[in-house]
Design a protein around this ligand. Structure first.
Ligand code: LHQ
Length: 257
């Protein structure tokens, strides 16, 4: 199986599972990932996702052996199949944590960066490998990178294809945090469990508001905040959060969405 899906209390763990190829992506794998995201969305008890890789790498990007004979049109077709995966990740109404356990290259780097909260092992690296083989960053790289790290760094990384360490990635704001290798999964699981106990509907609306801010002016964004805030306030988790604050106790969110 190209990916593994495990259910935990309140969340699911998806593991990219082609360790002999550093979990390089194939069409089959992308389709399996989309299915896994759809299944997680349908399961109302699933309130967060954790994405990671098996073995020493996170994901080496497109499996290059699979496109050795591909025409330019076939490369385009492949991306037409990958793009819905990125869109689905962003639109998923639950938080997605990525635990980058090793090298994240090409489409693999951008798959990680499309997640909501990215933790990386100190030994992991991020590599916009595309220019090395005459391609451009895809799977959202040209949209995500300038927003995360600014235009100068986005341009240099895309053109030079130099690896960035986890610590530098965190210092630049490309990811949330770099953690000691042996702590990575423990921290990622703790974060997933914490988010799984959160106000799920509101967390989904946070994703929507932040993504839409990329194309809205301030006035439109303020209107969107009002609309989404009303939606959040209609959810019983808001009443519970407020009550818990006033009663000086931790909230017990239902996570209904
Ligand atoms: C691989 C791969 C790989 C196959 C390691 N494929 N086998 C483009 C076109 C179409 C549509 C979709 O999207 C894209 C976007 C892309 O993602 S293009 C960019 C594709 N990725 C790359 O160019 C990265 C290629 N890999 C590397 O540069 C290195 O392997 C990195 C820096 C990731 C890791 O280096 P090392 O730690 O030294 O490992 P390694 O190179 O020895 O790799 C281990 C094995 O994995 C090795 O196989 P072997 O049989 O020799 O043990 C590699 O051939 C295999 N592998 N990446 N993308």
């Amino acid at each position: 199986m190209t990916i593994l899906v495990e259910s935990r209390a309140g969340y699911r763990v998806i593991t990219l599972n082609r360790p002999e190829r550093l979990n390089a992506l194939t069409l089959e794998m992308a389709e399996a990932l989309i299915e896994a995201l759809e299944a997680a969305e349908k399961d109302r008890t699933c309130r967060a996702l954790l994405l990671t890789g098996a073995g020493r790498g996170f994901c080496a990007g497109q499996d290059l052996t699979e496109i050795a004979e591909a025409s330019a049109a076939e490369i385009g077709d492949l991306l037409d199949a990958y793009n819905p995966l990125i869109l689905k990740l962003r639109a998923l109404p639950i938080p997605v944590i990525c635990a980058v356990n090793g090298v994240a290259a090409g489409a693999g780097a951008n798959l990680a960066l499309a997640c909501d909260i990215v933790l990386a092992a100190q030994s992991a690296t991020f590599l916009q490998a595309f220019a090395k083989i005459g391609l451009i960053p895809d799977c959202g790289g040209t949209w995500l990178l300038p927003r995360l790290i600014g235009d100068p760094r986005a341009r240099a990384l895309s053109m030079l294809a130099e690896p960035v360490s986890a610590e530098t990635a965190a210092a630049w704001g490309m990811i949330w945090r770099a953690v000691a290798d042996e702590q990575l999964m423990r921290e990622a699981e703790a974060l997933a469990a914490r988010l799984a106990a959160g106000p799920t509907a509101a967390l989904g609306l946070v994703k929507q508001a932040l993504d839409e801010s990329a194309v809205n002016d301030l006035e439109d964004q303020l209107d969107l905040e009002t609309e989404l805030q009303e939606e959040a306030a209609e959810n019983p988790d808001f009443a519970e959060g407020l009550r818990a604050f006033l009663e000086k106790r931790p909230p017990t969110f239902t996570g209904n969405r």
